[in-house]
Ligand binder design. Structure first.
Ligand code: HEM
Length: 511
């Protein structure tokens, strides 16, 4: 080896040495800087002088258990709600995102209603490129992105007056349900399955003006598509906890196939409804509302179909799982609490089989039973907002970008407001008890300008079908299945579910 070669080798070894040193040094520097940055992020609430829960994970803040164990959002929120309970607000972290839980009921009212302009947006946003129909749901729309207009399109088809005019929408599926029950000759029924079928038929009928055929023996594509929509996933959890990650992962609620299914169904129904004299449905009512609204481009036929489909997807997505779940747990609670069921039946029997929508809407005890199940099993266990304009609300000064949550389910289960909250007790809703409580203690349909758009539909659906069932059948414990109190152990993102099978039996009553 020449002396030139040996110098070259020495230089290369020296360079390798320097490279490793530099790489190690730089990596260490980056880790230290990242650590200091995260530490700084997790001092957010301390800097703002807000009482808070310390982050227990450098990456996940306070929500590590949601992603790595069986813990659910509801128990995390209960924990924060009960921590230093006297404080009106409590800060915590979802990943590095500081979130403020508002516990004080007057302050919650200010956030949801009186200061709506500063808190008009949901905590999450959906990209129209990734999930066009979810992005067009009023739920996801921001104040400045046609939120008001898309509510206005759906509102005329969801008023009490309109729904009362077409009882067949509810009564035909009820008849099919009875036939299904009667043909089974006393078998046990699983309520989640039964309620999904009824909800499918009513939504198909009022939404698109078609039969859902969920009780039919032949395969129903509508029923299959409806029941396959999943509202529980880590994607949804990410959507609310970490907007950045969920955007990168491109999480969507409506898959491509489902979006195509709904577009196709709407297109066919729109064509069929042109010039038809049949009873109206939400599709026709909202299509007319869209045509009258300057904000939507209706000159392009495909765009018009997309707008109509988006409204119907909203009706389906926001209305199917919620009403179906409440229907099944209410029937189950009535089976578990036979004294309540008997009292309810006495009230219904006074109508002497004259179960019109107007008559059942007036039944006080039915309303109390429904409120009670909505309190205990509220589908949306919290309301979330992002602050968009600076706002001073006394205990805390809100800044644009602050995420705020109102812990609905923790409020509903607070013994200070509802004694024995774990017990299904419709008396919680007697006129006397209602008067004694703060109005913000019942938040199952939300509050303020973003309040549930489908509450008339949900109440009428539940009241007419539950009262008809209680009038015609006794709901008794199953013969061949176990039945236990409901466990509320699955609550992904904002919707709560029970993963339990809920079995009951129906015994026909003499009319
Ligand atoms: C038992 C059934 C239902 C419950 C408990 C329920 C509950 C809620 C709650 C709590 C909110 C407010 C969310 C917030 O403020 O952040 C909401 C919003 C909404 N609900 Fe419902 N809902 C039910 C059924 C329905 C149905 C049948 C529809 C059908 C159209 C519907 C459509 C909507 C829409 C579009 C919004 C968004 C409103 C907006 O942001 O402007 N919901 N619902």
């Amino acid at each position: 080896m020449s002396s030139r070669d040996s110098i070259q080798i020495e230089n290369m070894e020296f360079l390798n040495y320097i490279n490793i040193d530099i790489i190690l040094g730089l990596s260490l520097g980056i880790v230290v800087l990242l650590y200091l940055y995260l530490e700084w992020k997790y001092r957010h609430w301390k800097r703002r002088g807000v009482p808070h829960l310390k982050a227990n994970s450098l990456i996940f803040g306070n929500v590590k258990e949601l992603f790595f164990s069986k813990d659910v959002r509801k128990s995390l929120y209960d924990h924060i709600y009960n921590y230093h309970k006297g404080e009106p607000v409590m800060g915590y972290y979802e990943f590095q995102n500081p979130v403020l839980m508002v516990r004080d009921l007057d302050l919650a009212k200010k956030v949801l209603s009186q200061n709506f302009y500063s808190f008009s947006n949901q905590r999450f946003s959906v990209s129209p490129r990734v999930d066009p129909y979810m992005a067009m749901n009023p739920f996801s729309r921001t104040y400045h992105d046609k939120w008001k207009e898309s509510r206005a399109v759906l509102t005329p088809g969801l008023t009490q007056g309109k729904l009362r005019s077409y009882p067949q929408v509810f009564l035909k599926p009820y008849k099919d349900l009875c036939k299904f029950i009667d043909e089974s000759h006393g078998e046990d029924f699983e309520l989640n399955d039964l309620s999904n079928r009824v909800a499918t038929d009513v939504i198909a009928s009022w939404g698109w003006g078609v039969e859902g055929n969920a009780f039919s023996k032949v395969e129903s594509s509508i029923y299959n598509t409806f029941k396959d929509m999943s509202l529980e996933s880590y994607g949804l959890d990410l959507m609310v906890s970490n907007k950045f990650l969920s955007r990168i992962m491109g999480y969507r609620m409506f898959s491509k196939t489902q979006s195509e299914f709904f577009t196709d169904l709407t297109r066919k129904c729109l064509d069929a409804s042109t010039g038809s004299n049949g009873p109206p449905c939400l599709l026709q009512i909202s299509a007319q509302a869209i045509l009258k609204c300057d904000e939507f481009d209706t000159s392009d036929k495909e765009n018009f179909i997309k707008e109509v489909t988006a409204g119907l997807c909203t009706f389906f997505l926001d209305g199917f799982a919620t009403t179906s779940m409440i229907f099944s747990v209410l029937l189950y609670e009535l089976m578990m609490n036979m004294n309540v069921q008997s009292k309810l039946r006495e009230e219904i029997k006074e109508l002497d089989n004259n179960l019109t929508i107007e008559n059942v809407e007036k039944l006080e005890y039915l309303d109390m039973c429904l409120s009670e199940v909505l309190r205990m099993r509220t589908p949306f266990h919290y309301l979330g907002r992002t602050c968009t304009a600076k706002c001073d609300l006394g205990p805390v000064q809100f800044q644009p970008g602050d995420d705020v949550i109102i812990p609905v389910s923790s409020i509903h289960m607070d013994p200070d407001y509802f004694p024995n909250p774990e017990q299904f007790n419709p008396e919680h809703w007697s006129a006397e008890n209602r008067k004694r409580r703060h109005p913000m203690t019942s938040l199952y349909f939300g509050f303020g300008p973003r309040m549930c758009l489908g509450l008339n539909y949900a109440k009428i659906f539940l009241k007419i079908i539950v009262s008809s069932l209680i009038n015609d059948y006794e709901i008794v414990p199953p013969t061949n299945h176990q039945y236990d109190p409901i466990t509320w152990n699955r609550s992904k993102a904002f919707i709560q579910f029970s993963d339990q099978s809920l079995y009951v039996k129906f015994e026909k009553l003499d009319s």
